[in-house]
Design a binder for this molecule. Structure first.
Ligand code: TNX
Length: 515
């Protein structure tokens, strides 16, 4: 078998289907876009046109797309794929399901199908089979931090395309942090004029350079215009991927404060942060700051149709609030007990705002401290504890624990010879064997585990190549955690991964070799 993530059910049959120059795609108005996406993938290497027509012509090879609301498959994203000598049929209850079926079909063809120019002398055959397949989880995510290091638009699209080739359906886009603000906001142009650029960057690992930091002396930055963002969101949608934007608050805010000092707690002027680690410079808790951030969110909502909007919430040191007379005054006026409650107040205001606009707030598990906002969904990153607590309390959860899904961590226990990374160690096997439903969650609350997500933080990953090295093949393993059934067989995964790595090589993905 050559399919990653592993399908739920496959029955091999005799014979094969061979794509030829006359092969037609059979699609109606409702399935034309997904047929066109498949044609885009099949055309370059085969050199065939794949004309789209509405009816099967007897005797002519065809790939049929069939939307069928009554298909007896769990959930909306599953599909049925039947490959017969003359006809391939993909049926599903949604266009997304059809796309997942099309991706499986691509994986039945020679890996050369992913080449970007006509390849002579290849027979484009797929073995006959019947596949019935559907995902275990509804949230199958990959995160990319474009704040610590700006990633070019073309690479963001490649990252999304790779997720979609793994049947993932969510791209979490980390757009703001201490070291850079990457999203154009029309009302507040200084966020990108000032906040998108830092003078220089720390050299080496932060922990080793705390006392005597060295900097590279090279300016770094960049941002996505609103039109770039619309393009990327649409590009993702065409691949059945939802983009969840993250605007960090109240911590990880130094770039925004550098742009608009009135958002901070100190009178000194700050620059965009040039080093890593937890940063004391957080947003103040003034009403004007909350309204500023709601203005930002208003533009974000216009750009991102996503139901979920991520507001960060992690790693917000409380020291500046403790020392600020204004923050203390606010705390007393609001009748709050401590600074954790102040953070909860802040997040609740965003929760109310997003709820009023028909969206849902999601945040890192620190949003639990000081009381969780009513409608909030929690992304559990400090291990699984926050996820367990939230699910048991009836909140939805996305599992993203740093113990299994932080792909900025090393991939081997002895990192000699590996490029510098933040630390930790999550080998491929550990990523593959992750079980996202902890036993501590009571059975009637298990449905609150929406799914699972892999994280790429980029403090030490300055380039797309560096990102790819850390993301793959661990993201392939995570895709299987997210999609396939809970029974795991690592050696079987490794066999199938070989085919996937062949494809990734052709797609010029700088994955880490599997040893
Ligand atoms: C913790 S995860 C962070 C990030 C860092 C990451 C590095 C999270 C919510 N906060 O700001 O980039 O660790 O692994």
């Amino acid at each position: 078998m050559t399919i990653v993530p592993k399908p739920v059910h496959v029955e091999l049959k005799d014979g094969k289907f061979i794509l030829d120059a006359e092969t037609r795609l059979i699609a109606g108005a409702d399935t034309a876009p997904v047929a066109r996406m498949l044609a885009q993938k099949l055309s370059p290497a085969t050199g065939f046109w794949f004309r789209q027509v509405e009816e099967v012509i007897p005797g002519q090879k065809c790939i049929v797309f069939h939307l069928d609301q009554d298909l007896a498959i769990p959930g909306l994203e599953g599909y049925r794929l039947t490959v017969q000598p003359d006809i391939v049929t993909i049926s599903a209850r949604s266009a997304a399901g059809l796309w997942h079926g099309a991706v499986t079909f691509l994986q039945l063809l020679p890996a050369a199908i992913f080449r970007q120019a006509k390849m002579e002398g290849i027979t484009w055959s797929a073995p006959c089979m019947d596949v019935v397949d559907y995902p275990r989880f509804g949230w199958r995510g990959g995160m990319l931090d474009c704040a610590r290091h700006f990633m070019p638009k073309e690479f963001v699209k490649k990252y999304i395309d790779l997720l979609s080739l793994h049947k993932m359906n969510s791209f979490h886009w980390h757009l703001t942090d201490d070291q850079g603000w990457r999203i154009e906001i029309k009302k507040y142009p200084r966020l990108t004029e000032v906040g998108a650029w830092r003078k220089q960057t720390l050299v080496g690992h932060w922990r080793e350079n705390k006392d005597n930091p060295r900097y590279d002396g090279k300016p770094h930055g960049g941002f996505y215009t609103q039109e770039d963002i619309r393009e990327i969101v649409q590009y993702a949608a065409e691949r059945y991927i939802n983009v969840v934007p993250e605007i960090e608050m109240p911590g990880h805010a130094q770039a925004a404060i550098a742009a608009y000092p009135e958002l901070g707690n100190l009178s000194d002027r700050l620059e965009v942060f040039q080093t890593w680690g937890i940063n004391p410079n957080v947003f103040n808790v003034e009403e004007s700051t909350i309204l500023f951030l709601q203005d930002v969110l208003t533009e974000v909502l216009d750009l991102f149709p996503s139901q979920f909007i991520h507001v960060g919430g992690d790693e917000c040191p409380k020291q500046q609030w403790q020392e600020s007379a204004a923050a203390q005054k606010r705390k007393h006026e609001l009748g709050l007990k401590d600074e954790h409650e102040l953070q909860s107040y802040f997040i609740r205001r965003m929760d109310t705002f997003l709820t009023e606009h028909g969206r849902r707030l999601i945040g890192w598990d620190e949003i639990l401290e000081g009381g969780l906002a009513q409608n909030a969904t929690v992304m559990s990153w400090r291990g699984e504890k926050g996820g367990i607590e939230s699910a048991n309390a009836g909140h939805d959860v996305v599992m993203a624990p740093n113990t299994y899904t932080y792909f900025d961590y090393y991939q081997v226990s002895d990192p000699v010879g590996e490029p510098l990374a933040i630390g930790g160690c999550i080998p491929l096997e550990k990523a593959y064997l992750y079980e996202p439903v902890p036993k501590e969650i009571s059975p009637e609350k298990v449905h609150h585990i929406l799914g699972v997500q892999g994280q790429i933080w980029t403090e030490y990953l300055p380039t797309p190549k560096a990102v790819e090295y850390m993301a793959y093949p661990r993201m392939s393993a995570l895709a299987e955690v997210a999609w396939s059934t809970a029974d795991k067989d690592y050696s079987d995964f490794l066999k199938r991964l070989k085919s996937q790595l062949e494809r990734l090589s052709i797609l010029d993905v700088n994955y880490r070799k599997v040893s």
